[in-house]
Design a protein around this ligand. Structure first.
Ligand SMILES: *Cc1c(COP(=O)(O)O)cnc(C)c1O
Length: 216
């Protein structure tokens, strides 16, 4: 199917609470523009330089989501324009985002990334660490970041009940913070489980653009 066909098919299944983020990492501008022409405005990228280049070259009303692992020293490159940073996994990173947001006279929206997978390789905060950040006095001084909710990635497994319980653990944790209502979980393979388990943002790459030819 075409990119537009894929998009329309996925959108037709979404509850209204769910925002679809088209994950365009490694994909060329021409394909992004096809999705954009079909009304897609939210795009996700994992790599800072690729995101900076695409932001420069593509329409300015695109909402760019940074969904990768962000190093503190690269925050300054995306701070002028990024719409939502999904992968905040330390207080240090949050402080750096606040600093760069201030320089740009903006408030940057962030999600705290929670570690829920049964794997060593994924980044993220434990529930306890997230609690500590959210309840810290220091957070109140970060006037140029706005924490909107949580992001998570489930284990890379075929075991549906495991994926489901991992997503459910985020939903249960997040219920303690009703004002943090954005829940970013679900990718191409597990998006339907994610939606059933309360996701409000799914990040979908290969089901829209096809398989990626290379990974960086
Ligand atoms: C690449 C990526 C996605 C999209 O993955 P697909 O399986 O292609 O849908 C979603 N979230 C994150 C954090 C990613 O790195």
């Amino acid at each position: 199917m075409s990119i537009v066909g894929n998009l329309l098919q996925i959108r037709s299944t979404l509850p209204t609470r769910v925002t679809l983020i088209a994950v365009s990492k490694t994909k060329p501008n021409e394909l992004i523009l096809e999705a954009y022409a079909a009304g897609q405005k939210d795009f996700g990228e994992n790599y800072v330089q690729e995101l900076v280049d695409k932001h420069e070259q593509l329409p300015k009303d695109i909402r760019w989501h940074f969904i990768g692992h962000l190093q503190s020293n690269k925050v300054k490159n995306i701070a002028p324009f990024v719409y939502l940073i999904h992968g905040v996994d330390s207080f240090k990173l949050l402080k750096e985002i606040n600093k760069e947001a201030k320089k740009n006279n903006r408030i940057i929206n962030c999600l705290l990334q929670l570690f829920i997978a049964n794997e060593e390789t994924k980044f993220g905060l434990s529930f306890e660490e997230a609690d500590a950040i959210l309840n810290s006095d220091e957070l109140k001084q970060l006037t140029n970041v706005s924490i909107m909710g949580f992001m998570a990635m489930a284990s890379n497994t075929d075991n549906e009940s495991q994926i489901r319980s991992e997503f459910r653990s985020v939903k249960t944790f997040a219920a303690k913070y009703p004002q943090l209502s954005v829940l970013s979980y679900g990718m191409s393979s597990d998006r339907n489980i994610a939606i059933e388990e309360g996701s409000t943002m799914i990040r979908v790459g290969s089901s829209i653009f096809g398989e990626r030819n290379y990974t960086k």
